[in-house]
Ligand binder design. Structure first.
Ligand code: UDP
Ligand code: MG
Length: 229
């Protein structure tokens, strides 16, 4: 089955899921802030499903016959945001597939929304998020991490030219999303310059304040989801 059949997900005017049944936490932070690393920790201890918007886009880019392959490739290399219709459809498909196959209803959506239109469209048409985990790091630190990752990642955008463009896009286009959510009291900010273990300790402490504790959470929600179905 093709990953994308139609691009209807971003146009709905009512959310597909209720936040009572489906939990979404957005994980944002500049390129190299450590989103993937912290998401992996959270998956292990809390049973979340991790969906990386960037990974889903790279997968679609490499899917034979994808009509969006070239567009995604160029946008990623140039550090630009791929049109939201594509990314939101990929996320929605991945969420549905996860619920069907794994029964999971708690999602960490990593590297999304990177632009205000995406944030609005996703919350309007898929599901409102619970909060955004914002990993805060300065460019010097992130750049060093990305250059290091570039030695082995094989990613077309882990080179200094693309990195500079990605930083600019992050500041100009993605930070307004964090600011808007912050104004709504829906941002959990963690200092991501610290070593990864220390960052994770802080993440866990903050999640606890939002009532999220290791493991148990997922089970409780699955039960209520099953009861509502
Ligand atoms: N991207 C996008 N929309 C998204 C997420 C990612 O267009 O919602 C593109 C964008 O070009 C970005 C690239 O995918 O620079 C890589 O994103 P990823 O999250 O993998 O990179 P990270 O920030 O984790 O290094
Ligand atoms: Mg990433």
């Amino acid at each position: 089955m093709p990953a994308i059949e139609k691009l209807g997900a971003a146009t709905r005017d009512k959310p597909l899921f209720s936040p009572d049944n489906v939990t979404v936490i957005f994980v944002l932070g500049g390129p190299g802030a450590g989103k993937g690393t912290q998401c992996a920790n959270l998956v292990k201890d809390y049973g979340f499903k991790h969906l990386s918007a960037g990974d889903l886009l790279r997968e679609e880019q490499d899917r034979p016959g994808s009509e969006f392959g070239e567009l995604i490739k160029t946008d990623i290399r140039e550090g630009r945001i791929v049109p939201m219709e594509v990314t939101i459809q990929l996320l929605e498909n991945a969420m549905k597939a996860t619920m069907d196959r794994e029964g999971k209803t708690m999602f960490l959506i990593d590297g999304f929304p990177r632009k205000l239109d995406q944030a609005h469209a996703f919350e309007r048409s898929v599901v409102p998020s619970k909060f955004t985990l914002f990993l805060d790091a300065d460019e010097e630190v992130m750049q060093a991490r990305l250059i290091n990752r570039g030695k082995t990642s094989g990613r077309a955008d882990d080179n200094i030219e693309s990195i500079k463009k990605r930083f600019k896009t992050f500041v100009d286009t993605s930070m307004p999303v964090v600011k808007e959510f912050e104004g709504q009291g829906r941002v959990v900010k963690v200092d991501a310059v610290q070593p990864p273990e220390k960052v994770y300790e802080d993440v866990q402490a903050k999640l606890k304040e939002w009532g999220l504790n290791p493991q148990i959470v997922q089970v409780e929600q699955e039960q209520s989801y099953a009861a509502a179905a």
